[in-house]
Every structure is written in C-alpha cells, then in structure tokens.
Ligand binder design. Structure first.
Ligand code: EPZ
Length: 464
C-alpha cells in the first residue's frame, strides 16, 4: 500500500474519529458477536440530505428560522460550524431536536475558518447562492464527501455562471462574486443532479426575474426544500417532466419547518431487519417516500406493515429471493439504499444483480463482504437492463451476487457512510465475531446508531 494511500487512510481515520467525537461517539471500533436477530422499535428524525440544505436556506431569510426534527449527526455539526463562521447565530429551540438559525448578522468568513469547518463535506458549495445574495461574494474550499465517485461540481459552477456569478479558481478553493447581482436564467441539467438542483433553487429564489430549470432532480428532499423556500416567501412552480420555474423575489423571511423523515436511514434499518431475520419498527418512517424501496423489499422476501406512526419491517420466514436492482434518480431505486440491502441479497437463493447508475465507484465496500464469505463479482458492464452513463467507461459499477452464502466474522474498516452501515449489518448477521473500525464515519448520517443497536438487542462492545 503506497504512502499516499496510508496517509489518506490515516487522514480518513482521523476524520472518522472527529465525526464520531462531534456527536459524542468516542469509540473508533466496535466488536460485534453476530447471529442475533434485531428486534424492537427505533425512531428516525429529519433527513440528513434535507436538514443540511434547510440550514443553508436560513441564510436567505432576513429573520430567524426554526427547524425541527434535526438529527444529532456530524454533517449537521459541520453545517452549523460553517454558518457560525459566517456570523449566523445557531441555538437550540425548546423542543428537543430543534434549531433556531438567526442570519441577521451574516458576514464574510476567512477562508481558513471555512476550510477548517468544511472538513469532509460537500455542503459548502450550496452556500454560494445565499452568500452571493447577502454579501456579494462567496468562497468554497476543496470539497470532500464519501469516496464513491469523482463527484465533480461542473453543473454547479455552470449554473452559477449563468446567474451572473464570476467564478475564480484559486489554489485553496474557489472565490465567487456577483458584481452585477444575480439574474434569472434558462437552465438545463445534463443529469438530474440533486446538488445542482438545490444550487439553482437556493440562488434563483432571490435572483432578479424568472428562472426555468429543465432536467431537475425531484427527490422528496428537493420537494421539502421547495416547501421551506415557499414558506420563506419564494414563488416556485414544479411542472411535469422535471421542469421547475422560480420567480425571484426581493425579500425572504425565516421559516418554521419540521424536516422530512430520513428515508435513507429507514431503508437501512429495514435492510438490517431482513439480513438478521429480525423485526424492527421504524418510528417516523412514511410509505409515500419509500414506495420503490418497499416494492423491492417485498420482492426479496421481506414483509412490512404501514402504521400511522411508522413502518414495521420484518423477515416473515422462508427463503429470500434474488432480484435485479438498477439504482437511479427518484422515483427510481436510490443509490443510497443499495449498499445496506446487498447483505440480504447474499442470503437470497439465486443470483441478484445491482447496477449502480448514479455513482461510478460505489462498490468499494464489497471486498470486505467477499472476505466474510460472500460470492460477489464486480463488472464494468451495465448489467441488469439499461445502459447507463458509466457503460464502456471502465468503471466497476455492476455487482453480481450469488447466494445463499453464510457470512463469517472478520476485521473490517468502514470505507464510507452507507458502506459502513452495510458492514455493520454484515457483522450483525455473520456467524462469529467481527471488529468494525472507522465507525465514526457512520455518525455522519445515522443518529445514535450505537444506542439503537443496543435497543434492538445487538451483542457488541465498543473500543478505542
Ligand atoms: C446527494 O448528493 C446526496 N447527498 C447523496 O447521498 C445522494 O446519493 C445523491 O444526492 C443522489 O441522490 C446529499 O444530499 C448531501 P448529485 P449530490 O449531484 O447532490 C454527478 C448519502 O449517502 N454530478 O445528484 O452530491 C455526480 O458525480 C449521499 O447520503 C456531476 O457530474 O448528488 C453523480 O454521479 C451519498 N456534476 C451524479 O451527478 C455535478 O456538478 C449525482 O450527483 C454534480 C453532480
């Protein structure tokens, strides 16, 4: 293993521990004795992929915003730190899990302070529009995020330029200004990127005139962000066929909003119930935003009960069945759901295929599963049906999973957020004992996962 990789891994472990420590998780390693079905009730709060953007949206208001159901995860801590270095006062509200965000004294921040807080997040790119409106300038450091693909920001820079922003690449990041203000524009995304759609929404709402965005992302988190912006005073029309129109307004005020639940976390615990022959009630989960997941969960052999206050996910007994999954944009099967569900597919009787069409390198987590005894082959071809953007481009983006196989305990290092949760499930469903390191990364998107494992009867010890 070369020095750079060792250095990267050392950095990764350091930041994993920082992620954990920022939400009270001091341990870096967990030792799991597998084979015990997870049974019980847990609650999921607001979605990481909405809450972090809603916090940025508060910058656009001239009065304070109130955001409810905010999970205690490290990505929220990172955005809070970035808002505070820009002069936003962030306090806890009366109800637990509530943040009050007061942007009245927003100010420029020194790039070093931004860099220090940005850490391994991609969120800073979304500060651009609001800061250009409030301050006429913005700075973003080199971005991080999970190593699941190249993750360029070309769509973001392209749309910001079209609004009239001046983009200057600098050694330590990108500086932006808007000497003539920001004006509405006709835009079309080459791919329905969630981040780039959020970029357009957060910029167009206060830009002069009309913005028309074609090829937009329409994920539930995007819709909830639109709910928030409309509460602030924005005028946004969501048309059919991925077209969103925004009429810019001069002023926006603070919002009061309860965040959409985290369907990625809910799907992850559902996958854990299936792979451990368990029975988990996920409080706060809703059917409407999970229809595609529920269909696949049922096809694999899982069962669920829809209730007013959540969804019960369980293994009804019998053999699990193979499936073909192609990840895609909403309302397709989310890319963030495939890694946790792969563990159940290793137990299915037959051959499953996962064709990952959103990120070109999202199978890094598979090596450890093969070490544990799974039969998984990775391919460069588009398997499972449709040709995607990564076809013929030398990316390992299809997995063939042959089951049933029995997983046995092993020593695992968490590679990224969803891969990490997948490794937890693997260790929980394996025969024998596993150690899972770098677990701090998991606290980037899973609130109190250790406490929830205890509630569900898992057998483990924390170390480090
Ligand atoms: C958001 O990432 C989520 N992250 C991701 O969840 C999620 O997987 C993804 O949307 C897709 O649903 C957050 O919301 C913080 P994209 P984002 O822009 O916005 C390419 C998790 O585990 N692209 O929709 O970064 C890009 O490389 C995370 O919770 C460009 O080429 O995703 C990717 O292949 C992981 N140029 C594809 O589009 C651009 O400028 C989708 O990216 C922007 C994106």
């Amino acid at each position: 293993m070369n020095d750079a990789r060792q250095h990267d891994d050392a950095n990764e472990r350091g930041s994993a521990q920082n992620h954990g420590a920022s939400v009270g998780l001091t341990a870096d390693k967990i030792t799991i004795r597998g084979g015990i079905p997870l049974v019980g009730r847990i609650e999921v709060k607001g979605a990481k992929n909405l809450v972090t953007k809603a916090m940025v949206a508060a910058l656009l208001g001239e009065t304070p915003s109130v955001l409810k159901d905010v999970p205690n995860i490290s990505d929220v801590r990172i955005v809070r730190g970035l808002l505070e270095v820009h002069g936003v006062k962030v306090t806890e509200g009366d109800e637990p899990g509530t943040l009050v965000l007061d942007p009245v004294d927003v100010e420029s921040a020194h790039f070093a302070a931004i860099d220090a807080h940005a850490g391994s997040s991609r969120i800073p790119i979304l500060f651009c529009g609001p800061l250009l409106h409030r301050l006429g300038e913005a700075f973003i450091p080199d971005l991080g995020g999970c190593r699941i693909g190249d993750r360029p920001i070309d769509f973001h820079l392209e749309v910001l330029r079209k609004f009239g922003a001046v983009v200057e690449k600098q050694p330590n990041g990108i500086r932006m200004s808007a000497p003539n203000g920001l004006k509405g524009a006709k835009l079309e995304l080459p791919y329905p990127s969630v981040g780039a759609t959020e970029q357009v929404l957060l910029t167009a709402v206060r830009a002069e005139g009309l913005t028309e965005l074609k090829g937009a992302a329409i994920e539930p988190e995007i819709m909830d962000l639109i709910n928030i912006l409309q509460k602030m005073g924005a005028i946004i029309t969501v048309d059919t066929d991925r077209v969103i129109r925004i009429e810019g307004v001069a002023r926006l005020v603070g919002y009061n909003h309860r965040a959409l639940f985290d369907r990625n976390e809910a799907a992850s615990w559902a996958a854990a119930a299936l792979a451990t022959d368990g029975d988990i009630f996920v409080g706060g989960a809703r059917q409407a935003e999970m229809i595609t997941f529920l269909n696949v969960f049922r096809k694999v052999g899982g069962a669920f009960d829809i209730c007013d206050d959540g969804i019960r996910f369980y293994h009804p007994g019998g053999d699990l069945k193979p499936v073909i999954i192609e990840t895609g944009v909403h309302p397709g099967f989310m890319t963030d759901w495939q890694q946790p569900l792969v563990i159940a597919l290793t137990k299915a009787h037959g051959t499953s295929i996962v064709h990952e069409t959103v990120y070109e390198q999202r199978f890094g987590f598979v090596d450890a599963l093969v070490e544990m005894g799974a039969t998984i082959q990775i391919h460069k071809e588009c398997l499972g049906g449709h040709t995607c953007r990564f076809g013929q481009r030398n990316f390992n983006h299809s997995a063939v999973i042959t089951g049933p196989t029995k997983l046995r305990g092993a020593d695992i290092i968490v590679p990224d957020l969803r891969g990490g949760f997948s490794h937890l499930i693997a260790a929980l469903s394996a025969e024998g004992t596993s150690t899972v390191s770098n677990v701090g990364i998991i606290s980037r998107g899973y609130e109190n996962f250790i406490g929830k494992l205890r509630l569900l009867g898992a057998d483990f010890d924390l170390e480090g």
